[in-house]
Design a binder for this molecule. Sequence first.
Ligand code: NDP
Length: 613
Amino acid sequence: MTCGPTDTPTDVDIPTLREKYRIEREKRLRKEGSRQYVETEHEFAGFAEIDPHTAYVERDPLDTDIDVAVLGGGFAGLLCGAALKKAGVEDVHIIEQGGDFGGVWYWNRYPGIQCDNESYCYIPLLEELSFIPSKKFADGAEIYQHCRNIGKHFGLYDGAVFSTQVRELNWDDDIARWRISTNRGDDIRARFVVLGSGSFNRPKLPGIPGIKDFGGHLFHSSRWDYDYTGGDATGGLDKLADKKVALIGTGATGVQLVPFLGRDAQHLYVFQRTPSTVDERNNTPTDPSWVKTLRPGWQKERQRNFHAWTFEGMALGQPDYVCDFWTELGRNTAARVLALEDPASMTPEQFMGLREEEDYKLMERLRRRIDGLVDDPETAEALKPFYRFLCKRPCSNDDYLSTFNRPNVTLVDVSDAKGVEKITVNGIVAGGTEYEVDCIIFASGFEITTEISRRYAIDAITGRDGLSLYDHWAEGYKTLHGLTSRGFPNQFFTGFTQVGISANIAANYELQGEHIAYVIAEALKRGATTVEPTQDAQDAWCATIRENLIDNSAFDSECTPGYYNNEGGGSGAESEGIRSHLGEPYGPGFYAFGDLLAGWRDQGDLDGLELGT
Ligand code: NDP
């Protein structure tokens, strides 16, 4: 399918809206920035350490030497594991906190869970596993199963260590290995370690005074308690029929949850600080006749097309394959560009100006849509998002907005107080009113843009000479290609460090996994016991990154706070500054980065890496 521009209102008053956006941002900005959230450790550890899906089984501690430990069994770990196997590295052990592979798709099994990006782009290795998702936005269970299938396909279950949390990672120079200690008392000595824990691995809680005082039931959305709610991921939460439920959080998770909670709870209170953008879903079943037209290489081509229409702004001359709310801004901007007399003479500033106008119009379309779906004007107004598109992750859902028409559902706007004020033994206080509830569900997100010590959730990562990675990177990443760092031999990073970034998360991990696997396989082939970047190579890469940095800070600093911009950076003395959840991206982009790495591999001399024996 391809499509043209989407109709948007033309009567938008941009200066007035710009001021409104500023006011809405200021209203929510908190001086503590990301420190408003508490980590799920110590007294709050139970929120994250509980595994509702796999029973705890005692086992003897492991005392073993291995070639490669991959920490994390979600997309990042699986794709790196698969690449290692393909590169001929056999002794690969994925260590995973959950009881199986899947990562976010293992943990998040809340009612209504589906992916929000088109499945055909989002779900990795579709061609290699000859799998086609059943619909545009696949159910969580289908994605989880696919993750397990990747594990089976590449033999990654052999040697996998599940239900195990890594506590410390210390480089032992005497044996030239990483010593991995875990909550199971293991001493795993790995020649190579890949950090593949992904971006959404660690739940966080809002630091609302009184959480510990609440007398009812509490859990985080990523550890759904079906024993308490009844039902399963398809709904039927029958045990909530006599329960008053509070939901804190209206991000991508909250939006998926609300229709199910609204349907089944005796009463649902939705505590909203910032509304999400919620467009129509159009979740169509996969058309078998379309599948027959697909030719080898189709998924990578589709991912590239999606990337071009989103991250690159637009893709003139190319059809828009995905054709939904994610690509709308690109499509609408492209239509404006093509209507110019001489599109080729357009300056980057003119392009950004057109895109900004289209952004205001798109957001106005989404706001006006709410008036048509929500009966109560005050509720409709509170549900309207006033910020630029992509300040927050865009959502789509056909039942979310209309759920607020139900008599048993109440929207509580907590934006004026910058969030829920207090939790008491009986419930939640907001706007001076106490809402008595039986249960509080935190759809409050994950450690995504917080400090790396919070994100990695490993007490210590210590390289050569006792150097802590957390200290080493305190002022910014120091890497070669975003994947290795001097002083941390044989350690590899995945995710958003100093890499080229694709709009498709799986494409990022696939590329990174392929490169890491190549380096490890080469090191093993060459009989090296250590591999790490030279100081010069690392300095040169850091300089390349900083010279070519795509500076989004102006855009980010005008956005409402959230994890995309490190909660707006905070304000005053406690400010941490704006930080993008994408790390420090390689300016020329994802595909240029891929070409650069491929060229580097083709050279065959491991340029910039120091091998030790
Ligand atoms: P988010 O971080 O996006 O949302 C957290 C929510 O909690 C926000 O609405 C936030 O409000 C709210 N919140 C935090 N503190 C308070 C407070 N003190 N009082 C009231 N509200 C508060 O988490 P999600 O789990 O929704 O999503 C995280 C990411 O995970 C997504 O952006 C997406 O990338 C991924 N995801 C993907 C899904 C998919 O593909 N289907 C589904 C779910 C998640 P505010 O916005 O004001 O900060």
